[in-house]
Design a protein around this ligand. Structure first.
Ligand code: COA
Length: 380
């Protein structure tokens, strides 16, 4: 075997401005704003569908617009017979993110986007609404098929994605507290500028590819534990410990071993993630609601140690983990829920990229060997 290529430090494009966008500001000194609206105002006052409308259509809806938008999302929940058969074929032990990526890709085969290249995308809003509406159904269909052998009935009077998801997951009218918590969580996860998955969707879009390809790629990027997968990894972390003291001992050991602690730190924030204070409050309310006396205190102790020892703060994923857990959601579904929300940010960026497109194709600094003497294969 020849020697391995040298490891190249790429720096992960940290601090590089990679394009212009009118969708989001975030990072230390900016807080987090969607189209100029402070995330705290949106999380306190809006339904997720209002924020989805803001991201997809460009403005906060009035009552009539919201009603119409919600109706279009409700009618986008249905699953065709072919989609149902496809989901049944995906094994029970597949990762739900792989299943979601496949569901998205399959929908692209069944209901492909009509494009008039290079500049016209008359079908993009239909596709966007269809994806936003169908993702909860895809997850829930696959879940119920493998858990209790039945096909999901997608009809429901719940007019919100949060309510629909919780009703169908638990087969009963969801508690208002849970719907409210899920609603806030979806708002917090909706958009975050040029994060890895969004940037992936823009790179794919910039080749004039279709939305299903861009979203499938984005799901692949989101799956990793350095990005969306961190909420599942955070749950695995906190559920290891039976008490705050045990968590403290375990955490100190992890830090001594120089292990990454999932759910902490962020590329664009240096002192705190503005979304954390909101989701932490909801996680606390949900903990009280279910009578938890372990997970929330364990989480708070981990937060304290991480700050005292490393000056690292929890990102959105850390308290989202316990919040979802308290609502009876399986850990493997945490990142798929992230898709159900972030699809709105991805779509906003795909539409924006298309409106003023330029192929995204950076250069690299070459660090490999030069002027190599060529040796024919029989002499190597
Ligand atoms: N646990 C332990 N140490 C951490 C850490 C964490 N969660 N996050 C950062 N650090 C340390 C790094 O090891 C590094 O230490 P070093 O300088 O001694 O090598 C330093 O802090 C800087 O981190 P770096 O990895 O260079 O920052 P980044 O901007 O490249 O990474 C993340 C940002 C989010 C990828 C990183 O914080 C991380 O891996 N977090 C855990 C995964 C996670 O929660 N992801 C979801 C993000 S929303």
């Amino acid at each position: 075997m020849s020697e391995q290529p040298k490891k190249v430090k790429t720096g992960g494009l940290a601090g590089i401005t990679a394009g212009k966008s009118a969708i989001c500001t975030c990072g230390t000194g900016h807080g987090l704003n969607y189209r100029g609206y402070d995330i705290y105002d949106l999380a306190k006052n809006c339904e997720f569908e209002e924020v989805a409308h803001l991201l997809l259509i460009g403005h906060l809806p009035n009552k009539a617009e919201l009603k119409e938008f919600k109706a279009s999302l409700m009618s986008a929940r249905h699953l065709s017979p072919v989609m149902r058969e496809t989901l049944k074929l995906i094994p029970k032990d597949a990762h739900p993110m792989d299943m979601m990526r496949t569901g998205c890709s399959m929908l692209g085969c069944l209901e492909s986007e009509k494009q008039e290249l290079p500049k016209h995308f008359p079908d993009q809003l239909r596709v966007g609404i269809r994806l936003l509406g169908i993702f909860p159904s895809i997850l829930l269909f696959w879940h119920h098929w493998h858990e209790d052998g039945r096909e999901l009935d997608t009809s429901s009077n719940q007019d919100s994605i949060a309510g629909y998801f919780l009703e169908k997951l638990h087969n009963k009218e969801p508690k208002k507290l849970w719907v409210d918590a899920m609603n806030v969580s979806l708002i917090l996860y909706a958009e975050h500028e040029f994060n890895a998955s969004t940037f992936t969707s823009r790179v794919i879009t910039a080749t004039l590819s279709d939305i299903f390809s861009a979203i499938s790629g984005a799901i692949g990027a989101l799956r990793g534990p350095l990005h969306g997968g961190a909420n599942e990894a955070a749950m695995e972390l906190i559920s290891q410990y039976k008490s705050p003291d045990e968590a403290e001992t375990g955490l100190r050991q992890k830090l001594a071993n120089k292990e990454l602690v999932m759910g902490f730190g962020h590329r664009v924030y240096t002192t705190h993630d503005p979304r954390n204070v909101v989701i932490k409050e909801w996680s606390k309310k949900l903990a009280e609601d279910v009578g938890d006396s372990v997970l929330f205190p364990v989480s708070e102790r981990i937060e304290k140690i991480m700050w005292d020892e490393k000056k690292l703060f929890p990102n959105l994923d850390f308290y989202s983990a316990s919040a979802y857990h308290f609502m009876g959601i399986k850990t493997e579904y945490f990142t798929p829920i992230f898709i159900m929300s972030r699809i709105t940010g991805w779509l906003a960026h795909i539409f924006e990229q298309r409106a003023d497109n330029k192929l995204i194709r950076p250069s690299s600094e070459y660090t490999g060997p030069e002027n190599q003497a060529f040796v024919p294969i029989e002499k190597r």
